[in-house]
Design a protein around this ligand. Structure first.
Ligand code: ASP
Length: 348
């Protein structure tokens, strides 16, 4: 009897070892997942305000998750999620984008494939319905990485992307925000030598309801991808380009480290190279994705900026960080096989 039970235990132990070996061989060390952000929030957020962005975010997570569930690529998952967020008027990307100081909507977006490190971006587009598709076009059909203004619109039109007039992006809420920002002179240009004033304007008066969108994903083959899309910042100078279309500032993906998307005061993120900074910290300082995101946010904060970062590492671990004393960050996640979650943006 004793012999039998020992043999049985040994057999069970052997099969557990065999199973884990198999799963390791099959590359099942992680569950494919998508993580998104919907920009920043004020600190005293109400439940109703939360729901306005949380609902489209849940839809976007489901769309990305569906791609991953069918064995699709991280690139396709982030693209599917961003399109939903761009089409929703409650987020600052595509329809519902914020206005420049001259009353235009100028859209920035970028995308990066961690497997090939290919990337593409569009900036200051005034007519592409889904700027993320413009960014992907730049990546896939040109040998450039960033195309701005009329050139971006021209390229998109020539390649059959859906084009819209400026009126398409209009929402009364964003227009009212522009009027209010102008009254308060938020983000108006300071004298170049008056650096402290310039920072104070960004730090203390920056409009907290930004709503830029970002998505990062890890697919079943271990490929990472990242994408970001925005209308920028209310009352930005016409022609201003932020971090979102800049690879390494607002977006980054590298299969050897992490995928990253940022939101916040882009003019500061660009000086920190925030997205690449997460990857560098991960690679060279111990491989902790949460610490890597926090380190980049600390640098943004130190220069007077505010905002947040989402990141996934090559093993599917998630890093969320934001300037918690200044604002919140809308963020959500969906693992294959689990219900998508949009987290309350404030605190934690
Ligand atoms: N980073 C964006 C920009 O500066 C704005 C945002 O994320 O809300 O254009």
């Amino acid at each position: 009897m004793k012999f039998f039970s020992l043999t049985k235990t040994a057999m069970i132990a052997a099969s557990i070892v065999a199973l884990s070996f198999l799963s390791l061989n099959a590359g099942e060390k992680f569950t494919p997942l998508i993580v998104i952000h919907g920009g920043t929030s004020k600190l005293d957020l109400s439940q109703d305000e939360f729901m306005l962005r949380a609902e489209p975010m849940k839809k976007a997570l489901k769309a990305g998750q569906a791609v991953l569930e069918k064995g699709g690529t991280a690139m396709d998952a982030v693209t599917a999620a961003i399109i939903i967020l761009e089409d929703d008027p409650n987020l600052n990307a595509g329809k519902g984008a914020v206005f420049t100081s001259d009353g235009f909507n100028e859209l920035d977006a970028s995308i990066m494939d961690g497997a090939t490190k290919k990337a593409g971006g569009v900036a200051m587009s005034r007519h592409i319905k889904n700027p993320i598709l413009g960014a992907r076009l730049v990546m896939e059909k040109t040998w450039h990485t960033l195309i701005a203004g009329e050139g971006a619109d021209k390229l998109a039109k020539a390649n059959g992307l859906e084009m819209v007039e400026q009126e398409y992006y209009f929402t009364q809420k964003r227009y009212d925000q522009l009027k209010k920002a102008k009254e308060k002179q938020q983000l108006m240009l300071m004298k170049d030598d008056d650096k402290s004033n310039k920072l104070a304007a960004l730090k203390d008066k920056a409009e907290p309801y930004l709503g830029t969108v970002g998505a990062i994903a890890l697919d079943k083959n271990g490929n990472l991808a990242a994408a970001t899309s925005t209308g920028g910042m209310t009352n930005k100078m016409t022609g201003r380009i932020g971090d979102s279309p800049i690879i390494g500032s607002g977006t980054y993906a590298d299969n050897d480290s992490v995928a990253v998307s940022c939101t916040g005061t882009g003019d500061i993120y660009m000086r920190v190279n925030a997205a690449h900074e997460v990857s560098a910290h991960y690679k060279y300082a111990g491989g902790d994705v949460q610490k890597a995101a926090e380190n980049a946010i600390k640098q943004v904060d130190a220069l007077g900026g505010s905002g947040g970062i989402i990141s996934i590492d090559k093993n599917g671990k998630i890093g969320f960080a934001w300037t918690k004393h200044k604002l919140g960050m809308y963020h959500g996640e969906a693992k294959v096989g689990s219900e998508p979650i949009v987290h309350w943006p404030v605190g934690k």
